[in-house]
Design a protein around this ligand. Sequence first.
Ligand SMILES: [Zn+2]
Length: 129
Amino acid sequence: MRRLKTFDPIKRRTVQQYHSDHAFPPDAKCGGCKQRRPIARALLLAPLDEAVKRGMIAVNTPPAMLATITVKIKDGSTDKSFIRVSTAYACETCLPTMERTLAKAPSWCIAEIHRGPNPTNAVSVALKS
Ligand SMILES: [Zn+2]
């Protein structure tokens, strides 16, 4: 076993670069600078009851249509329905700005940030001798 700086010796990518290349849609760009490949994705979710109450969704929306936009998340012992309000991508440079912006989201919304592998984790790759 040998420790390598690069996780992917053929294309010489780190774990973070590999994740960035494969975890997000091929056309995804950072929402801040609109140039670089994203390293993180944020989902802003609003509770379904709150979204209906605030007029984000019509009260008489057919259940079949609601099923396509809702996500069930465990809240204690019960499943709670949330709707996806927005999705945003951020590159390494713009990630702190995205996190600050998400912190200003209404308290009744939840933000899910998908950051990928932790860059401080050691990576070992087994090589054939
Ligand atoms: Zn950016």
